[in-house]
Design a protein around this ligand. Structure first.
Ligand code: ADP
Ligand code: MG
Length: 239
């Protein structure tokens, strides 16, 4: 246990150093990204370089994502909770990832429960969770595929359930067991922080996140948010 604590300490320190650098790198990166988008839009008719632009933007997005991961891991934001319909969170997340999904031949289907209540949650943080899930799903579908999101509310269990399914590569049992650990990644360029951050956010909302995956078939992430815990917090004046 002591060794584990020291390991975590080292990881935290590494994250803090990275965060310092990341913070400074982000601004110039955003400027470059903006200009490439501009040039790409202007150039669309004249030159046949759409593929190069989309590659450039993907790489810049990736650099930006790595920076964001490190920053969020080492300096988690304070939750800003308000009454939000979880369906709204899914819709916002889906529209944010739409461009990237299109570029990778991934279609997104949403099946929101019409009777979803509003719950007390941090919308930006939850959007972050779904962006992470969508992002991983897209990366697990190099030939394209589908992402399907179901939301449901169980009155008796007082539970909001959100399921995110993909038709991707799936994963072996070892990965499924370890994927929420910080810095665990099977990707050459992964940070291994996305799911660790996502789990922390869900836990901070009193919820759970679980994975169910079959290699070669696809992956399902299941998030449950107990409504009463979120409302109790509100009654306690957490706002
Ligand atoms: P990263 O994406 O940087 O690797 P994450 O924490 O987001 O870090 O994910 C950790 C690992 O979990 C990934 O490297 C991958 O092996 C596995 N994984 C996550 N989501 C999926 C998915 N939808 N399909 C297959 N594998 C996944
Ligand atoms: Mg990821």
């Amino acid at each position: 246990l002591h060794q584990q604590a020291r390991h975590m300490e080292k990881l935290m320190l590494a994250g803090e150093i990275a965060a310092g650098i990341a913070h400074e790198v982000r601004n110039p990166l955003t400027v470059v990204q903006g200009y490439i988008q501009l040039i790409s839009a202007k150039c669309k008719k004249q030159c046949n370089s759409e593929d190069s632009f989309s590659l450039l933007l993907d790489e810049l997005n990736r650099a930006n994502d790595i920076i964001s991961d490190f920053l969020r891991f080492s300096r988690p934001d304070q939750p800003q909770k308000s009454q939000v319909n979880p369906n709204e969170v899914i819709e916002s997340s889906a529209s944010l990832i739409y461009g990237e999904a299109m570029r990778h031949n991934v279609r997104i289907f949403l099946y929101p429960d019409a009777d979803m209540p509003t719950v007390l949650l941090d919308k930006d943080q939850l959007i972050q969770v779904f962006l992470n899930l969508f992002h991983n799903a897209i990366q697990a579908m190099p030939q394209g595929g589908t992402i399907t999101v179901y939301t449901g509310y169980d009155k008796h269990l007082d539970l909001v359930t959100i399921k995110v399914l993909d038709s991707g590569t799936g994963m072996d049992a070892q990965t499924a067991q370890r994927l929420f650990s910080p810095f665990y990644t099977t990707k050459e360029n992964g940070t291994g922080l996305g799911l660790s951050i996502s789990q922390s956010i869900i836990h901070a909302h009193g919820g759970e996140i679980k994975v169910d995956s079959t290699p070669g078939q696809g992956t399902e992430f299941i998030i449950t948010l107990p409504l009463h815990k979120l409302t109790e917090e509100q009654a306690g004046g957490a706002l």
